[in-house]
Design a protein around this ligand. Sequence first.
Ligand code: SAM
Length: 280
Amino acid sequence: MVTRFVEALYDDWMQAFEGVRLLHAETTPFQKLEVFETARFGTMMALDGVVQTTTADEFVYHEMIVHPAMVAHGAAKSVLIVGGGDGGCLRELLKHPVERIVMAEIDAAVVEASKRFLPSLSAAFDDPRVAVEIGDGLAYVRDTAERFDVIIVDSTDPEGPGEALFTEAFYADCARILNPRGVVVTQSGVPFRQPRGLTLSYRRLASAFSDVTFSVCAVPTYVGGLMALGWASNDASLRRLGVESIRTIVQSRGLATRYYTPEVHLAAFALPGYIQELLV
Ligand code: SAM
């Protein structure tokens, strides 16, 4: 019986979860998928040995990758999630008056494992506004005839299947399938651990969008300090909403959240110096 899960980020830096119980393990055509019951973080999913989501702290990440864009846009009806197979982004998006959400997820096994072991994230899959397209997100954005108001890239890190989702070609296609006033938000790693990756994401996003920056949030199991989320749009006015305008939209939608607030919405874009200096 497995009692310890070690996320070996580097040879000299890792995080360990003691007293875990392995609930599920499989090697999918794309990655190793594991689900654990943990003593401190509830149920945890890992892909290729990297923590993806835990029921204890997933609210931070899923609220912050969804609500700033949806509130700033204010009228998004059609949203694309690339990746996001655990369903957490879906759950948060359905708190807004959306008409259609497409999820382009490469690995059906992640969706199935989430439905079996992560019901607090995956209940949203049953919503009639949701369409799940199993396939590579890179191909989806290249080939789709649909247009979207918001695109959320809830991918793994740029190794393995996720690598394609950090390329200029991918971002160019995202820009092409966005409606006017549209915005893309991307999982952009932990800058203290992956500084080079943040700079590359910044440059590649800037090749396709005129307003590029990052927001940050603190996700306990994404070790190494602040987690960065890329923000890319061709409409800089989306980031000029004041806190009271944000509050009006939040209250009108009855947004129930545990991390995101109107104040946090604005504060999340106030980047520390060590992150700002990576945006070159
Ligand atoms: N919150 C996590 C994080 O910050 O790392 C991400 C969670 S979510 C489980 C990541 C998803 O991206 C996985 O389900 C994985 O299968 C999916 N994914 C990876 N590469 C992909 C690709 N090229 N196209 C579509 N989905 C992809």
